[in-house]
Structure formats: C-alpha cells, structure tokens
Design a protein around this ligand. Structure first.
Ligand SMILES: CC(C)(COP(=O)(O)OP(=O)(O)OC[C@H]1O[C@@H](n2cnc3c(N)ncnc32)[C@H](O)[C@@H]1OP(=O)(O)O)[C@@H](O)C(=O)NCCC(=O)NCCS
Length: 170
C-alpha cells in the first residue's frame, strides 16, 4: 500500500467559529503572540520581552480598549487558535485591521481567511468606508491573504512595512 506523508496531503479546512474575545482568552492569545513562528511577523512592543504573565495583562488591556473589537477563532472543542482585532475610533469613517494571528499548528487551513472574512463583513455592516492595515513587506503570505480579501497596496507605512487598504464596496 502506498501512503502519503502527512506533510504532502492536502490540508483539510478547519471549521472554526468566530466569537468575541474575553479576559479568559488573554493568556492563550499571549502564548500565540510569543510563538517563534508568529512573533517576528507582529510589531510587538518591548513589553513582550517581559514574560508571559506581563504579556497576558497586555493582551487583556488590549481587548478592554473601547476602540478594539477583538475576536477569536475557536475549534469545535473550544480551543482558541487565532485572533484578529477591528479597531475604530468613535465617529471616524475608517477602521483598522490589527494583530491577525493563527497558531502555526493550525495555519494553511482557512483560519486566517475566516478571521479576515469576519473583519470585512463586520466593517461593511458598520458602514466603515475604509479598512487599513500595516504589514511587513517581507510577509508575502499575509500580503497574499489580505489581497485575496480585497486589500490593495497603499504605500509604505515605515521603512519595513507597507500600508494596505480595503474600500467598502459601493
Ligand atoms: C498570516 C496568517 C494569519 C495566515 O493564517 P492562515 O490560517 O494560515 O490563513 P489561511 O489558511 O486562511 O490562508 C493561508 C493559506 O492557506 C490556503 N488555504 C486557505 N484556505 C484553505 C483551506 N480551507 N484548506 C487548505 N488551505 C487553505 C490559502 O490558499 C493560503 O495559501 P498561500 O498563503 O500559501 O497562498 C498566519 O500565517 C499567521 O498567523 N502568521 C504569523 C502572524 C502574521 O503574519 N500576521 C499578520 C501580521 S500583518
């Protein structure tokens, strides 16, 4: 019998649900942030070096910020495997996509796409005209995923990052 190595098998999409993040998710999100395959792609402040407890508090403060709507992607068994944040200042017509991340053990199985679909659908329902984000220009994978979800290049945002924007469909 011929067997195919797991790494070569087409990956099966993961059926995740998206729900609002709560304080109990802060530690899990901090753990994902600090994973070696995730952290280099996120623009984390220096406090991320202060250990998991400190970074968990930072994640809790992040979710409680009234400008932030932070959601998590959850497997049927309840495990949190990713997150994204829709940021919006009251009264402003634009929003931002922040801190998209998926546990590397669950990447390439549609979780990032599901989080981004939630983000753009929610932004459209809120009537936001534009959604902005900044991405390291070496992060080809994330750039391709954003492009598939309607974001286009909008110029450099720093020496290493590009800004992308998605306009609300008219
Ligand atoms: C970028 C990131 C969020 C993408 O998450 P993801 O869950 O892997 O995203 P998806 O699975 O939805 O899509 C990514 C790939 O899987 C493929 N894919 C999408 N749905 C799929 C499915 N149902 N089954 C199999 N593959 C699928 C896509 O074609 C895509 O392939 P490609 O990038 O090689 O062209 C994730 O890699 C990550 O957390 N990276 C580190 C942090 C980061 O870079 N964040 C962005 C900061 S700006």
């Amino acid at each position: 019998m011929i067997t195919t190595p797991a790494a070569l098998r087409p990956s099966v999409p993961l059926a995740v649900t998206i729900r609002d993040a709560g304080a109990a998710d802060a530690r899990r999100l901090a753990e994902i942030d600090l994973l070696p395959d995730v952290r280099p792609w996120l623009d984390l402040p220096l406090e991320a070096d202060d250990g998991i407890d400190s970074w968990t508090r930072n994640n809790r403060d992040w979710m409680e910020d009234p400008r932030h709507r932070c959601v998590v992607a959850v497997l049927p068994g309840g495990a949190v495997v990713g997150s994204v944040t829709l940021s919006r200042r009251p009264g402003e017509p634009d929003g931002a996509c922040l801190a998209l991340k998926v546990d590397p053990a669950c990447q390439n199985r549609g979780v990032g796409g599901a989080l981004l679909r939630w983000l753009v659908t929610t932004a459209d329902a809120l009537g936001l005209d534009r959604l902005y984000l900044a991405v390291l220009r070496t992060n080809r994978r994330a750039v391709a995923l954003y492009a598939r979800n309607g974001f286009v290049y909008d110029g450099p945002s720093s020496a290493t990052c590009d800004r992308m924007v998605r306009m609300r469909p008219r």
